[in-house]
Design a protein around this ligand. Structure first.
Ligand code: PEP
Ligand code: MG
Length: 922
């Protein structure tokens, strides 16, 4: 298996940044920073290979004698560099044991800090550091963390004792603690106010809790503590929240997490010590400015967990809501700040990307504890990519590849309508952009329940933790009372592309009563009033400014930045596939064109029939007892259709428009209420009994496989004849006005060549008639969808009778996999959850199965017509992973819903670039 443990420290490292797969993101980052000469406390990384072995074959197989020996000698390496020893009673070493997967999974995996303390070590440490308080604070934190993560004793068992001690401290200080709830108490009596003697008492109580809960004493031996923590880190890969996170972010189950053991440095040794997190550029806007937060006299978990609201790094920065800017690190610890800025510059130049770093200052000396490519909003990703090209850091191609195509959905999110009246309630931090209104809920469960009923909700929490992730997912937006821009809520919401306002200190939440109290201030900043907002009340969040408003505020569409337009231009110049849109109305067509669509790839004509005044005519047509009666009804539908096509052709002037003739089974349009049928009987002078009989006859057991698509036109050719007339009359009308029209007529659900030829005759015959009537000929293409396996298998046969093919991958997935589009939702999620399907095949193409039919059909079609025009118009046309596959098949175009056009443009460019890279390395 090769080596299992990689060392770093003292300016040397076994690993480097390229070894993320083996060392995880954290391990690789620590190794690389060490190599760069950046101050990093020494440590070692146990590889993901060990983790995978652990998950597959269990502890006994994974943690062999060899691994144990490597860990022991790696520990000796740390001890030598630090001049300290684990468990030593003169110079004890404390270590952290941290998880670190290939992809960052913030807060999902476990970490144990301050490991190596027991009763004796605590006293030695207290004497050495000159602070008993520090030593016992570290000790009680360690017992709680270790017990929670390794021994599975819930934190609440410890917290209740901590709360009691807080209360005693408050009462001794003459504070009215009995009137406060737990949250308020925590705020009024912070950890730093609890004296050493009380902390020492707490340690004894905590150990009693462990004994009572587990039946065994808390492990005093530092080496067994170490192994316990290592096992727990490996096991945390399979906890429920990590699994949920992986599913949401498409992280493979098989990766496993590496385990990093590193010498502790302390940010909580007094006012000359501190801890913080920073991004080398603003992760929310992308602006090129050093951005971060810090807390004096604190441990790292305090910043991330949002227990105290952190302070800004830079002087005058508007980092944290409600804080004084002269509390910045720049002012308070100028030397450490200067060094941090130097580290920042070094990292940006070296990695040529924005880095997310964690640091600790121990008694004035700076240490870096983590560095990884920072998560960012889509807006920030675009801005950074474009600006880094201009700064000469990266190439245009790199910039295109830097932006996650599916994330640019976020840019298309609405913002608050600037003109709408609004009542500002409070301000927090602008943690993740977007604007949403919804009912307030206070628990993740409530968020999920109400969202399941179709209600838009905003999840309000004091702070969020990984247990809340499912509620955040269900909610439209997230609001927290505490925590900064790097708190759990902020990082997770940003990753989800969800609007979030964090650290809104004017609110206090009472979970028991299900209310939040909002302190209102007057213009001079004086406390004015208090407002009570209960569960179910509606509020609005603006995640771009951090504002919270009362009631629902209207939103305005997103405005795209200049950088976005520039990046898209580069993408357009790079991609080979064209991008069209699925648009059924002139308005959709306009939206699509504004988003850069190069034509319409699918106009579903049936969608035009659902409008109020059209549907009764449609009923008349469907239920018509004779061909003449049907033709009369069709003649009434003709002007509606023609009008729509005129609108679409105008919007798409100069670009191709593929119009698909009627597809769905007729019974889908039938009236549901008897009054509607009665009125129809009266209007059309048809006996009601006949209409009823006809509707019963239209019933099908398997409508998806029934009388739909071109089968309708085999039995009722007049329907398609009317549609062709509407298309070509519209084309003549628009062309007469000087607009260039490029119609493409497409037949759905074709299985055989004779079927397609029948349709071609029908279309050509109708076209000739119209052109003769109008005295004008409009060139048009005739083609078919490929959406049934037989059509794909015999695509060469069909190619003789078609000018183009468009893959209808929705139906092709349905019929290839035998999965009903309408019913699969009931069991598909279970299939995905249990790993039987890698994902929902209706969302991302099943490349192995459906994909091979597509590949086969392309080859067959080109064997007949080498330049056959090939496209795709199923939902997969807007899915980045599927787009890579379509690019590989050299399709001429992909077509997707208008809002996904920018995603498709970028993904198509990325597909071209990835192909170029793999070609050049092949
Ligand atoms: C398809 O089947 O992929 C398609 C585009 O057609 P529809 O979704 O309308 O069935
Ligand atoms: Mg279809």
């Amino acid at each position: 298996m090769g080596r299992h443990v990689y060392l770093f420290g003292g300016g040397k490292a076994d690993g480097d940044a390229s070894q993320k797969e083996l060392l995880g993101g954290k391990g690789a980052g620590l190794a690389e920073m060490t190599r760069l000469g950046i101050p990093v406390p020494p440590g070692f990384t146990i590889t993901t290979r060990v983790a995978v072995e652990y998950a597959l074959r269990g502890r006994e197989h994974a943690i062999t004698d060899e691994v144990r020996a490597e860990v022991r000698s790696a520990l000796a390496h740390i001890e030598a560099i630090m001049g300290r020893k684990l468990g030593d009673l003169k110079k004890p070493l404390l270590v952290s044991v941290r998880s670190g997967a290939r992809a960052s999974m913030p807060g999902m995996l476990d970490t144990v800090l301050n490991l190596g303390i027991n009763d004796e070590v605590a006293h030695v440490l207290g004497r050495e550091m000159g602070s008993e308080r520090f030593a016992f604070d570290a000790y009680r934190r360690f017992i709680m963390m270790y017990s929670d993560i390794v021994l599975h004793v819930p934190r609440s068992k410890f917290e209740e004792h901590l709360d009691r001690i807080r209360q005693e401290v408050a009462l001794k200080g003459g504070l009215p603690a009995s009137q406060w709830n737990a949250e308020e108490l925590k705020r009024r009596v912070p950890d730093s106010d609890i004296p050493a003697a009380e902390l020492e008492k707490l340690v004894t109580i905590y150990k009693d809790v462990v004994k009572a809960e587990t039946g065994r004493p808390f492990p005093e031996d530092p080496e067994s503590q170490l192994w316990g923590a290592i096992f727990a880190v490996f096991e945390s890969w399979n906890n429920t929240r990590a699994k949920t996170y992986r599913k949401m972010h498409g992280i493979p189950e098989t990766w496993g997490t590496a385990c990093n053991v590193q010498a502790m440095v302390f940010g909580n040794l007094g006012e000359d010590s501190a801890t913080g997190v920073a991004f080398t550029r603003d992760p929310s806007t992308g602006e090129n400015r050093f951005f971060g937060e810090w807390l004096p006299n604190a441990q790292g978990e305090d910043v991330v967990a949002g227990i105290r609201t952190p302070l800004p790094l830079r002087r005058g920065a508007e980092g944290s809501a409600g804080t004084e800017s002269d509390a910045s690190l720049e002012t308070k610890m100028p030397e450490a700040f200067e060094e941090l800025v130097r580290v920042r510059d070094r990292l940006e130049k070296h990695f040529r990307d924005m880095q997310d770093i964690e640091f600790t200052i121990q008694r004035g000396k700076l240490f870096l504890l983590q560095c990884r490519t920072g998560k960012r909003t889509a807006r920030a990703a675009v801005r950074m990519a474009v600006e880094m090209v201009k700064e000469g850091l990266i190439s245009k191609n790199e910039a295109i590849l830097r932006v996650d195509a599916s994330s640019i959905d976020q840019l298309l999110h609405p913002a608050l309508d600037p003109k709408a009246p609004k009542t500002l309630l409070a301000r927090g931090l602008p943690a993740s952009p977007g604007a949403v209104s919804g009912q307030v809920v206070f628990t993740a469960e409530d968020a999920e329940r109400r969202a399941g009923q179709g209600i838009g909700v905003i999840l309000a929490r004091v702070e969020t933790s990984p247990e809340d992730v499912h509620g955040m997912k269900a909610a439209l937006g997230v609001l927290t009372a505490r925590g900064g821009m790097t708190s759990h809520a902020a990082v997770v919401a940003r990753g989800m592309g969800k609007c979030c306002v964090a650290g809104c200190s004017a609110i206090s939440i009472d979970y028991r009563e299900q209310v939040m109290m909002i302190t209102l201030y007057d213009d001079q900043g004086r406390k004015n009033d208090t407002l009570r907002v209960k569960a179910g009340d509606v509020i609005t969040l603006d995640g771009s400014t951090g504002s919270v408003y009362l009631g629902a505020v209207p939103t305005a569409p997103a405005a795209l930045s200049d950088e976005f337009a520039e990046l898209m231009q580069w993408a357009d110049a790079t991609r080979t596939m064209r991008v069209r849109a699925n648009a059924d109305t002139p308005l959709d067509a306009r939206t699509a064109r504004n988003f850069g669509a190069q034509g319409v790839g699918l106009c579903r004509t049936e969608h035009m029939f659902f409008d109020g005044e059209r549907i009764p005519v449609m009923w008349e047509m469907i239920l018509a007892p004779t061909r003449e009666a049907r033709e009369r009804a069709l003649a009434k539908l003709l002007p509606f259709q023609r009008g729509d096509f005129v609108g679409i052709f105008r919007e798409m002037s100069g670009l191709p428009v593929t119009i698909r003739l009627l597809d769905p089974p007729l019974h889908e349009f039938l009236p549901h209420e008897s009054a509607q049928l009665e009125k129809l009987a009266l209007d059309t002078h048809t006996p009601l009994a006949d209409l009823k009989k006809q509707s019963v006859e239209l019933h099908e057991f398997n409508p998806m496989l029934g009388h739909r698509g071109c089968r309708l036109a085999v039995t009722y050719p007049e329907i398609y004849a009317m549609q062709v007339r509407a298309i070509l009359e519209a084309a003549c009308e628009v062309a007469a006005a000087g607009v260039e029209v490029l119609p493409e007529i497409m037949i759905p659900l074709v299985v055989t060549r004779p079927e397609l030829e029948r349709m071609r005759e029908l279309v050509d015959r109708t076209a000739e008639q119209i052109f003769a009537e109008k005295g004008r000929k409009i060139p048009f293409l005739f083609g078919t969808m490929i959406e049934l396996p037989r059509a794909a298998l015999l695509a060469d046969d069909l190619a003789h009778s078609a000018d183009f093919f468009s893959f209808g991958t929705n139906d092709l997935t349905q019929t290839t996999m035998g999965l009903s589009r309408d019913d699969a939702g009931k069991f598909l999620p279970v299939y995905v959850e249990q790993g039987l399907f890698p994902g929902d095949p209706f969302q991302s193409l099943d490349v192995a199965g459906v994909g091979s039919l597509v590949r086969h059909a392309c080859e067959k079609a080109r064997s007949v017509k080498s330049d056959m025009k090939l496209g795709v118009c199923g939902e997969h046309g807007g899915d980045p992973a599927s787009i890579h596959f379509f690019h590989a098949q050299k399709l001429n175009y992909i077509s997707c819903s208008p809002f996904r056009v920018p995603i498709a443009r970028l993904a198509a460019a990325q597909a071209s670039l990835s192909e170029a890279t793999s070609d050049s390395t092949a």
